[in-house]
Design a protein around this ligand. Structure first.
Ligand SMILES: [Zn+2]
Length: 76
């Protein structure tokens, strides 16, 4: 492993973990609750919120490795 900028082999690697949650799916639960309210009043809201809690909310965990050059500070 060498730095693509300066060609040095003084490279440190770091694992970065990112967790992203899908807000759109969350919003869909609330829309469902609103539709439920319009159709069935209060029981509809409860059904909509139950559907939301059932885990259509998707969380995505992605990890990537970042390399930092000790010579020039280049990250890649
Ligand atoms: Zn470098």
């Amino acid at each position: 492993m060498i730095c693509p900028r300066c060609g040095s082999n003084h490279i440190t690697s770091q694992v970065i973990t990112e967790t992203t949650s899908n807000e759109k799916v969350k919003g869909f639960g609330w829309i469902k609750a609103c539709i439920g309210f319009l159709l069935f009043s209060l029981p509809g809201v409860l059904c909509g919120l139950c559907g939301m809690g059932k885990g259509r909310r998707s969380t995505k965990t992605s990890s990537k490795v970042e390399y930092t050059c000790q010579n020039c500070g280049n990250r890649f």
